[in-house]
Design a protein. Structure first.
Length: 209
């Protein structure tokens, strides 16, 4: 029970809780006499070894349940994803149908082909070179020298490989064939202007036949 006077102030010298033990001047408090309950680190009674280190770089982790730090975990997951994609490529994929993708599609799906397209867009400032359209959703990279002509010259150069049975070898060789990646052979066009080009019309006629 807390004792107050008429003004609501605490009464000096009156014990608030008579049933509790009085304060003893000069005596050590309980926690200093029982240090094993309050000391930290390896001296604590419930010490479990502390936080672990990263299994890759040895850096101290923030939680016991972690195995790697954020940096090493990002690299590990990236490498794991790359290995998983490699193990699921080609004949190892469950939907493999014997390699029916044509060679020209394999070349167009290369990462280097995307880099070539984006370089054309940046050079032309994402603007159609015919009508001046700046809508990035309808822009395409047009080959001034037809892609089919470059592909034909490429196959003539490496005629020792079959374009149907050895497509993977040819797709790797295409990475080093410079005419595929010349920026001077590219031009940014919108969809409508691209459809008006001669090579686009010719490719549509071949597909219809």
């Amino acid at each position: 029970m807390i004792i107050r006077n008429e003004k609501g102030q605490f009464v000096k010298g009156v014990q608030a809780y008579p049933e509790s033990s009085p304060f003893k001047k000069g005596c050590k408090p309980y926690h200093t006499e029982n240090t094993r309950f309050f000391e930290g680190g390896d001296k604590h009674w419930n010490w479990k070894g502390g936080k672990p280190n990263c299994v890759d770089c040895g850096r101290k982790l923030t939680r016991r349940s972690y195995l790697r730090c954020i940096k090493c975990s990002t690299v590990y997951r990236k490498n794991e994803l790359i290995d998983r994609n490699k193990s699921m490529a080609g004949p190892c994929h469950p939907h493999w149908r014997g390699g029916v993708t044509p060679l020209h599609e394999m070349i167009r799906k290369l990462d280097k082909y995307d880099q070539w397209r984006f370089s054309i867009y940046r050079r032309d400032k994402h603007t159609c070179q015919e009508c001046g359209c700046r809508d990035r959703n309808i822009l395409e990279a047009h080959h001034i020298k037809e892609f089919s002509v470059i592909l034909r010259e490429f196959l003539d150069l490496y005629n020792q490989f079959s374009p149907t049975e050895e497509k993977e070898i040819l797709s790797r060789l295409a990475l080093t064939y410079e005419p595929f990646w010349e920026l001077s052979n590219g031009k940014t066009l919108c969809v409508e202007c691209h459809e008006l080009t001669f090579s686009f019309k010719e490719s549509l006629e071949k597909k219809e036949q």
